[in-house]
Design a protein around this ligand. Structure first.
Ligand code: GDG
Length: 458
């Protein structure tokens, strides 16, 4: 079995006790690495300011070598905050209006990818299989190929892939497409993303599909596929069952005073549709007065990328909006929205999912959305809650028992909340079972195996 080399922007290095801090994705990739032996390389998250970064920091844990590099302050600014998060992230989430192109940032993005390739190259053995993750590192294979690397290289994109009209608004789209065409397998979350990718290849006659899931572009033949990422379903379900007895969860339950709980959990990000969701909740209360005073909407929203101005602005906007709605709708003994702008621990999160009657997952655009899957896995089979899910999340292609909504349609989402809260037990159980069966079969281990199988197969 060939060794596996994983490259991603950030690396979930287990702490000293050996416990991984991150969720299912890290667990699945660590299991794959442990089985095959290998390396996980990425950015340490630290800046060396104006100094050249020192040598790779190597850390061996079992069969896995973690290899971390610092980046200069200029690299972090241009590659990470600049091109990755202010151009590729908005473009891939269909937000042309938020993309801020700058030659400097584009150059920084390609420069850092070359730097990653230079640092990785000496670690690679001829039989190694390389698996690159996400939008930060699209040009990595092209850089490695230019250095003469012949190994199999796969790429998985965790976020959506846009249609040609959106992608082509980005000045360097050709280089980005050529970058993707340098892999042996390009994996997307859904068939829609894969179709968009094929459309992007065709539009300027850069390439085309030449068979099922087979493409030709840039004088190379490579595979493409849809691999919906998932969670550790069984483990998460057990975890949530135990977590519901957690002290903090019991306290939260008591503080609800028999009110129904609606839960939203998202990194603070404009793609998650949080402001539209608060509008929908407000609409739900004003059009369904019987629920006044009887329901609590808990929105857990840890800060992310606060250095990017759009995120900083959003942080203010959401806090103000939650305050305004509470002011307008609340009563002396009722706060309709509880808004938490920091991260809560995983056991508490799992326990809260379990006691929530509605899981409100309404991104404007999302690659997959693992919160939707965690919410389902966390439910009590005897009394499951209802998932209200945006049709624009990748998860909507898979979770057929959810109430699908268009998050731009505030009234429609408000109606779905009402329908979810009033849904009879039998229908809730039927809908939940369809989704739980799907998630038990399609967990994150399966996702990992399917991708690696297609990458390794000739
Ligand atoms: C990207 C793509 C794709 C959130 N708040 C807390 C917390 N979380 C955890 C959730 C979940 C994860 O963070 C978020 O994952 P999502 O999939 O929902 O969203 P992104 O972060 O945008 O992830 C997405 C994903 O990559 C994987 O490919 O699905 O489409 O955008 O696991 O539980 N965890 C804790 N406290 C919090 O407050 N402990």
């Amino acid at each position: 079995m060939s060794r596996l080399v994983i490259v991603s922007n950030r690396v979930p290095v287990p702490d000293k006790t050996g416990a991984a801090s991150a969720g299912g994705l890290a667990v699945a990739l660590q299991a794959a690495l442990e089985k095959r032996g290998g390396i996980w390389m990425g950015w340490s998250g630290n800046s060396s300011d104006t100094e050249e970064p020192g040598p790779l920091a190597l850390q061996q844990q079992g069969n896995i070598t973690y290899a971390l590099t610092d980046l200069t302050g200029k690299d972090v600014e241009e590659y990470y905050y600049g091109f990755a998060n202010r151009v590729l992230w908005p473009i891939c989430h269909y937000r042309l209006d938020l993309a801020e192109y700058g030659r400097k940032e584009m150059a920084g993005y390609f420069r850092v990818n070359r730097f990653f390739a230079q640092r990785l190259m000496p670690l690679i053995e001829p039989d190694d299989t390389i698996w690159v993750h996400d939008y930060h590192l699209i040009p990595l294979a092209a850089e490695l190929r230019q250095m003469g690397l012949k190994n199999k290289i796969g790429f998985f994109l965790h976020i959506p892939w846009p249609p040609a009209d959106v992608l082509y608004a980005m000045p360097v789209h050709e280089e980005i497409m050529r970058g993707l065409a340098s892999y042996d397998l390009v994996g997307f979350q859904t068939d829609h993303d894969l179709e968009n990718f094929a459309g992007c290849l065709r539009r300027e006659e850069m390439g085309d599909a030449i068979g099922p899931k087979l493409f030709r572009a840039n004088d190379r033949t490579f595979k493409g596929g849809a691999y919906g990422i998932s969670i550790e379903t069984e483990a998460f379900a057990k975890f949530a069952r135990k977590a519901s007895a957690h002290n903090m969860v019991s306290k939260a339950r008591a503080s609800l005073e028999n009110r129904d709980l609606i839960i939203g959990v998202d990194r603070l990000d404009y793609s998650k549709g949080i402001t539209q969701r608060i509008d929908a909740f407000e609409k739900f209360i004003t059009s369904n007065p019987v629920h006044q005073g009887k329901v609590t909407y808990l929105q857990i929203t840890p800060k992310s990328r606060s250095e990017v101005p759009e995120y900083e602005q959003m942080q203010r906007m959401v806090a103000e909006q939650a305050g305004r709605v509470n002011g307008a709708l609340g009563a002396v003994d009722w706060v309709p929205i509880r808004y938490i702008n920091k991260s809560v621990s995983r056991p508490i999160l799992a326990g809260l999912y379990r006691i929530a009657k509605v899981g409100l997952v309404t991104p404007l655009r999302d690659g997959m959305n693992l919160v939707a899957k965690e919410y389902i896995a966390a439910q009590d089979p005897e009394n499951p809650g209802v998932l209200v899910l945006s049709r624009f999340a990748g998860a909507a292609r898979e979770l057929k028992g959810a109430l699908l909504v268009n998050p731009y349609d505030i009234e429609g989402t408000a109606n779905a909340i009402a329908r979810g809260l009033n849904m009879p037990l039998e229908e809730r159980q039927q809908r939940w079972q369809i989704m739980m069966d799907f998630l038990m079969e399609n967990d994150v281990m399966r996702w990992c195996d399917d991708f690696l199988k297609d990458l390794l197969e000739d």
